[in-house]
Design a protein around this ligand. Structure first.
Ligand code: WT7
Length: 653
């Protein structure tokens, strides 16, 4: 489309060592005055309170912040309902006819839903929840594909004060079961099926298997994807049809006035042990962070923008930047059900052209796939509606960054590389698109009001340029309030490494211009295609197989996925290493946890590199798998193990 499509990435990189927001962008930007940073810093509690004031409260708060490290209470005494922020107030302001969702199913079925329609449907679902006996504080587990009904289910739960917990619909029955059991969910809401790359995925079958041993579950509500997409899986007496209980209901449902600190949702994420952590978010602070960051980071103008975040609502990105942030702002957005390469590798660009998307938020792993598929796919489409691009989930490599700017953003769209976590609830480190001159690969600086520091091993602060552990050193409204029923783990995981500071688990460096570069996890957590996986969780799954005596798993650099899980396995006596067994073990993990966690390969070995105290040195395994020079082996009980391991890795590859 543009004159210079033939430029190589190297040329682009040399041309875009920095990117200054174009004048036209700055002229219309929500923020273009850099003093916003100083002002927010000078009174950060007041800054956040000024955002909270933009929500609709039933009762105003008494205190902005009550900080009892590591426990925060934001807007204590205040009362509000999250769904009201996202729906009622837009309708009341006369924007009921604005489109909330342009939905496009993978087969091409499309529908648009206005804010009034969404409010009506959310009320019906909320009334349906009540008819099933769901009350304030009850937990509702949700296992659905990317359809508007998923977003509406979250809003309906929040309307009656039920705590929702979405489980990404790619997780296995075991993973779903574990999450349902941990929170003791009373209700499960699922879809029968969804479309993925032209095939029907049977979600109901997964749910049936998962709820077999979940005595807390009283009912399973099944939403029908429709058409031919209907599961034949056997149903149980607990099953109820969405069309029966969630549709034939009154169109109005009074929202429950929640305390600012009442739980809104639990979202499970992987930690460094085998057991996922139930991250707990509450109402007032979370909504404040979601509202503020969406408006400023994406420069959102709800009356004219069309926004599209390609994440799944099953992850935090979808919670905050599909449901609560954009909807609190009254945005019009695209929701797409399926794969980016179906029916062709230009599906995303076709959607951007069709809906005239202006703000687009995706992940580096997707961008790398687009690069590989070829420049011709975006070039076929008119992408001139785009005015801002976002990236999230993992560090974005500069090559992908400049490709994104040039081939998707026409060389003119600011890119916001946003660092945050399930725990932080909203974006923490990011450019502000009308202010920041960006550098490919750097998430730049903390959002106004947020304080991030780099910490040395000994707990001292890194001053000036240098590297260290990334820590957040002030509480912020959308921070997690704890782990579901596990305060001890909350304190230990996030607050004990550097007392009084939130330890994010990432390493980062600061350059001479005070820009931050998030480098990656420093704990036993890997990032596969922007999704967090625990080495320990995959290892526990491997050792659950009868053939496996011991297992070690590492995240290894991968061209498209960022990192890929690679396993090393010691077999039990009586089992023979074979390519068939490798396939079986890979499939086993996929079935136990979910496809994402399936190791790319598994190497059989008679021994693993261990310290004298018996700790597996995963760092060395990573060196082996990445074909690197092996690091320091002096702490190994038996340094010769590594030679054998390297030989096996090459031989079995
Ligand atoms: C981890 C959080 C936040 C939503 C998606 C993932 C990595 C996330 C970036 C970025 C470098 C990033 C970090 C972080 N990460 N965004 N822009 N640059 N790294 O949420 O599953 O909670 O994972 O993702 O390692 O700790 P999550």
């Amino acid at each position: 489309m543009t004159d210079s499509t033939a430029k190589t990435i190297d040329t682009l990189l040399s041309e875009h060592r920095t990117f200054t927001p174009p004048e036209e962008f700055v002229a219309q930007a929500n923020v273009s005055d850099p003093s916003i940073y100083e002002n927010a810093d000078a009174d950060w509690q007041g800054w956040w309170a000024s955002w909270a004031e933009q929500l609709q409260w039933d009762q105003k708060w008494d205190t902005v912040l009550n900080w009892n490290p590591p426990y925060a209470e934001w807007f204590g005494g205040g009362k509000l309902n999250a769904s009201v922020q996202c729906l009622d107030r837009h309708v009341a302001a006369g924007n009921g006819d604005r489109v909330a969702f342009y939905f496009e199913g993978e087969p091409g079925d499309a529908r648009a839903l206005t804010y009034s329609e969404v409010l009506r449907d959310v009320c019906r679902i909320a009334n349906g929840l009540k008819s099933l006996g769901v009350e304030k504080g009850d937990r509702v587990a949700i296992y659905m594909p990317m359809v508007p009904e998923l977003a509406m289910t979250l809003l309906a739960c929040s309307r009656i004060g039920a705590i929702f917990s979405v489980v990404f619909a790619g997780f296995s029955p075991t993973s779903l079961k574990d999450r349902i059991q941990d929170q003791e969910a009373k209700l499960v809401i699922c879809a029968d099926a969804c479309w993925r790359r032209g095939k029907i995925l049977d979600l109901k079958k997964v749910v049936n298997e998962a709820v077999e041993n979940c005595p807390s579950v009283e009912n399973v509500v099944v939403w029908r994807r429709g058409g031919d997409c209907v599961s034949n899986a056997p149903s149980s007496s607990r099953d109820v049809e969405w069309g029966e209980v969630f549709v034939k209901q009154a169109d109005e449902c009074a929202p429950v006035s929640m305390d600012a600190e009442d739980p809104l949702f639990i979202l499970y994420t992987s930690g460094t042990t085998g057991k996922p952590k139930g991250i707990l978010h509450t109402t007032g602070g979370y909504m404040t962070g979601a509202l503020a960051t969406t408006k400023l980071v994406f420069d959102m103008k709800p009356e004219k923008d069309v926004y599209w975040c390609t994440a799944d609502i099953g992850w935090i990105t979808g919670h905050t930047y599909i449901v609560f942030g954009p909807m609190a702002n009254g945005a019009t957005q695209v929701i797409y059900e399926g794969a980016p390469d179906f029916p062709q590798q230009d599906r995303f660009w076709a959607l951007i052209e069709k809906y005239k998307v202006s703000l687009f938020y995706t992940a580096p792993t997707a961008i790398r796939a687009f690069m590989k598929w070829g420049d011709e796919h975006p070039a076929k489409h008119d992408l001139s509606s785009l005015r801002l691009l976002g990236s999230v989930g993992e560090p974005i490599n500069p090559e992908a960054w400049v490709w994104y700017l040039h081939h998707i953003g026409g060389g003119k769209c600011p890119i916001v590389d946003t660092w945050w976590q399930t725990e932080t609830g909203s974006i923490m480190i990011t450019p502000l698109p009308g202010i920041t001159t960006t550098v490919p690969g750097s998430a730049t600086t903390p959002f106004p009001g947020v304080e991030a520091k780099l910490i040395n091993e000994d707990g001292s602060e890194v001053v000036g340029a240098g590297g260290g552990y990334l820590a957040l050193t002030r509480p912020w409204p959308s921070m997690l309030r704890g782990l579901w029923r596990d305060n001890k783990r909350y304190e230990e995981t996030y607050w004990s490494r550097f007392p009084g500071k939130y330890f994010a688990g990432d390493g980062a460096k600061r350059d001479e211009n005070d820009f931050l570069w998030v480098l990656g996890r420093v704990d036993d957590v890997m990032n596969v295609s922007g999704h967090r996986l625990s080495t320990m969780e995959i290892e526990s799954s491997l050792v659950a197989h009868e053939a496996v005596a011991e297992a070690a798993v590492v995240g290894v650099a991968h061209e498209l996925k960022g990192q890929a899980p690679i396993g090393f396995v010691i077999l039990r006596g009586g089992y023979e290493a074979s390519p068939e067994l490798e396939q079986e073990l890979r499939a086993f993990v996929g079935k136990e946890i979910g496809g994402l966690a399936r190791p790319d390969r598994i190497t059989f070995t008679p021994e693993l590199p261990k310290t004298r105290s018996g700790k597996i040195m995963r760092r060395l395994l990573r060196d082996v798998a990445e074909g690197k020079e092996i690091g320091d082996v002096t702490t190994l009980a038996d340094p010769t193990v590594l030679k054998g391991l390297q030989a096996e890795f090459v031989k079995q590859g």
